[in-house]
Structure formats: C-alpha cells, structure tokens
Write a protein that binds this ligand. Structure first.
Ligand code: GNR
Ligand code: NI
Length: 161
C-alpha cells in the first residue's frame, strides 16, 4: 500500500472525462487500496481516481464502517433533493452548498469484477454523486452556492454599530 499525491483544482486531470476500466486485475486492486489509504490519511469520506492522477472510472467511499471500492460506477436511480455543504480534498479549506438527490442507486463492479448495486441516502448519496462527478471532470464548486472558506465567520446581516 502506498499514499498517493492528491491533486488540487487547477490540475488538468481534474477536468477530464475518465475512461472505463476494461480489465480488473492486481494493478487495479492496488490502485483501489492506495486510494483507500490516501482517503483515510486525508480524513476524507471519498476519493476518485482522477484526484490521484489516474484517468479511470474508479472511486472509493468510506462512511462509518462501510467501505465502497467501485469500478465503472453509474447512478441508475435518483430521487428527492438535498442541499447541503460539501468539501473536496482537491479544494482544501473551502465548502459550498450543492443540490444533490436525497437517494441514489449505484451499479458498479467490485474489486473482483463482480457486479454490485448499492443504495445511498443523505450523506452517502452525496458522496456517490460527488465522486461520480469527478469521473466526468466535474468539481462540486462549479455547481455550488454559498461558496466560502471552511473557517469563515458567519455572515452577519444588518449588523448594528
Ligand atoms: O471528504 C469529503 N467530504 C465530503 C463531504 C460532503 C460531500 C462530499 C464529500 S467528498 C470529500 C472527499 C473528496 O473530495 N472526494 O472527491
Ligand atoms: Ni472531491
């Protein structure tokens, strides 16, 4: 296992559409494991391959005790709406509110190439959408509102002198 360098916004790899993974073998499993280690080290809840400079459709997500390592993931169903803050390891120190479906179904291949299907709600749905966006070269801040520094003071309206 090895830590990979997380690319920051402005790097061209984050703006490209990733290609599907064609063959799943030890090389791909090594990438998934390195991504998992890198995500944990950075204290993120997800990481997409282009964030470590690999232009293939692979993501990892970890929420609570559930680790997802997904290859060629696609959203097959989406319903509802949520509008919450997100951050991105490729845009450190910033956050913004993004509209996402409240619930999604995702089809993918697992690390052994077997088809899997997951359903995610709330934060998990957000993580699925955020990571899958990365595979299409989309970073959340291209579609967020209330973009701000994580440590920013709350904006005061009608502040009195
Ligand atoms: O660590 C992360 N937190 C997060 C919070 C809300 C919605 C999405 C995310 S993903 C992000 C890690 C990351 O940048 N993945 O690409
Ligand atoms: Ni991100």
């Amino acid at each position: 296992m090895a830590l990979r360098n997380i690319l920051e916004q402005g790097h061209p790899s984050l703006e490209l559409v990733c290609k599907p993974v064609r063959r799943i073998g030890d090389h791909e499993r090594q990438i998934l494991d390195d991504m998992t280690e890198t995500m944990r080290n950075a204290e993120g809840i997800g990481l997409a391959a282009p964030q470590v400079g690999i232009l293939r459709r692979m993501v990892v997500i970890e929420l609570g005790d559930q680790l997802f390592q997904l290859i060629n993931p696609v959203i097959t169903e989406a319903e509802g709406d949520q509008f919450e803050f997100e951050g991105c390891l490729s845009v450190p120190g910033m956050k913004g509110r993004v509209h996402r479906p409240q619930r999604v179904k995702v089809s993918a291949l697992d690390r052994d190439g077997n088809p899997v299907e997951y359903e995610g709600e709330g934060l998990l749905a957000r993580a699925f959408c955020h990571e899958l966006d990365h595979l299409d070269g989309i970073v959340y801040n291209s579609k967020c509102e209330d973009y701000q520094e994580v440590d920013a003071e709350p904006e005061e309206e009608d502040e009195e002198e």
